[in-house]
Design a protein around this ligand. Structure first.
Ligand code: A3P
Length: 312
C-alpha cells in the first residue's frame, strides 16, 4: 500500500519550535500551524500526511473537529462499509482502532496500533485536520469525504468533560468560563471550531458528490434517514429498511458504551476508551452554561456561522 512506505518529512516547512505557541488549559503546549492549533507532536505528522498520502479513488475519509460525533460516525461508517460481513466488527475493537485518525496514528512519531498499513481496499480513515491542509490527492481523487459537525455549545461542553477527565481526573474541573473563552478564541487542539466547520461546509456546497456534510443533531432526530444517506453517498445503499435500522441499533450510544472492548483499555495515547462515550444528548449545554457564557458563544456563532446558515 502507498502509505506503508516510510513517511518523509517536508523540510521546507517550519519546525514546530518556530510556530506561534500558546498554553492550553494550563495543561498542554500547543502551536499554531496553517491557522489552527495543534499539540506540537502532531504538526510533523500532519505535514507528512499532506505531502505523502496517496488517496485511492475508493478510499473513504471521515472528518470532524473533536467532540462532534467522530466515534459515532466511525462506528456507523464501519457498519456500512462492512455490511455483508457476518461478524459484528464493533464487538472486536473500539471504532478508533478500526478507523484510525490518520495524523495521530499512521504518521505519528509514536505510531499507535492500527491495521491501516495492510488494509485492503476500500480504506476507511479519519482526520481532524482542517480541509485546507488535506493532501492534494484527497482533494483531486474520487475519494469521498464524510464530515460530521455539531452545534458549538454542545461541542464545547463535551470537550470540557473530555479534557477534564484527561487532564484533571481527580481535580476540580477547569473553570468553565475560561474554557468558553478558549473555545471562542479557538485556542485548543484542532481549534478554531468555527473555521473548521465552515471550511468543510463550503467545500460540501461546492462539491456535494465529494463531501457529505452531516450534523450530529440530524443524526439524533432521524438516525435511519441519515444512515441511509451516508450509505447511498458511499455507494453502499441498504437492501432494506431493516438493514438500516440494524446499523442504527448496533451503533447506539448505550450499546457501544457497554461493549466489553469499550469498557476498558485505550487506543490513543492516554485516552481511555470509556471517555469517548458520555451522554450523547442535544442541548446538554443548558445544564452548564450561564446566560453570559451562552451569549459569548452566540456572538461568535453569529459572526462566524450565521452567514452560512449554520447552527444558529
Ligand atoms: P457528549 O460528551 O455530549 O456526551 P467524539 O466522538 O467526536 O469525541 O464526540 C464525543 C461525543 O459523541 C460525546 O458527546 C459522546 O457521548 C457522543 N457519542 C459517542 N458515541 C455516540 C453514539 N454512538 N451515539 C451518539 N453519540 C455518541
Amino acid at each position: 500500500s502507498c502509505i506503508s512506505q516510510a513517511p518523509t518529512c517536508n523540510n521546507v516547512e517550519k519546525s514546530p519550535n518556530e510556530l506561534p505557541k500558546a498554553r492550553f488549559w494550563e495543561a498542554m503546549d500547543i502551536c499554531q500551524w496553517e491557522g489552527f492549533w495543534f499539540e506540537p507532536g502532531l504538526v510533523k505528522p500532519a505535514i507528512t500526511f499532506r505531502s505523502t498520502f496517496q488517496a485511492r479513488d475508493d478510499d473513504v475519509l471521515l472528518a470532524s473537529t473533536p467532540k462532534t460525533g467522530t466515534t459515532w460516525l466511525k462506528a456507523l461508517s464501519l457498519c456500512i462499509m462492512h455490511q455483508n460481513q457476518e461478524h459484528d466488527i464493533l464487538t472486536m475493537e473500539n471504532p478508533h482502532f478500526h478507523v484510525p485518525t490518520i495524523e495521530s496514528t499512521i504518521y505519528s512519531t509514536k505510531p499507535q496500533k492500527s491495521d491501516l498499513y495492510d488494509a485492503s481496499a476500500p480504506r476507511l480513515v479519519h482526520t481532524h485536520l482542517p480541509h485546507a491542509v488535506l493532501p492534494d490527492s484527497v482533494k483531486n481523487s474520487a475519494c469521498k469525504i464524510v464530515y460530521i459537525a455539531r452545534n458549538p455549545k454542545d461541542t464545547l461542553i463535551s470537550m470540557w468533560h473530555f479534557f477534564n477527565s484527561i487532564f484533571r481526573p481527580n481535580q476540580e474541573p477547569f473553570p468553565l468560563e475560561k474554557a468558553v473563552d478558549c473555545f471562542c478564541a479557538g485556542v485548543y487542539q484542532y481549534g478554531p471550531f468555527f473555521e473548521h466547520v465552515v471550511e468543510y461546509w463550503q467545500e460540501s456546497q461546492k462539491r456535494p458528490e465529494k463531501i457529505l456534510f452531516l450534523k450530529y443533531e440530524e443524526l439524533k432526530t432521524d438516525p435511519k434517514g441519515q444512515v441511509c444517506k451516508i450509505a447511498e453517498f458511499l455507494g453502499r445503499p441498504f437492501g432494506s429498511e431493516e438493514e438500516a435500522e440494524d446499523v442504527v441499533q448496533r451503533c447506539c450510544l448505550e450499546r457501544l458504551k457497554n461493549l466489553e472492548v469499550n469498557k476498558s483499555g485505550s487506543i490513543l495515547f492516554n485516552v481511555p476508551n470509556t471517555s469517548y462515550f458520555r451522554k450523547g444528548e442535544v442541548g446538554d449545554w443548558k445544564n452548564y452554561l450561564t446566560p453570559e457564557m451562552e451569549d459569548k458563544i452566540n456572538q461568535t456563532s453569529r459572526i462566524k456561522l450565521h452567514p452560512f446558515g449554520l447552527f444558529f
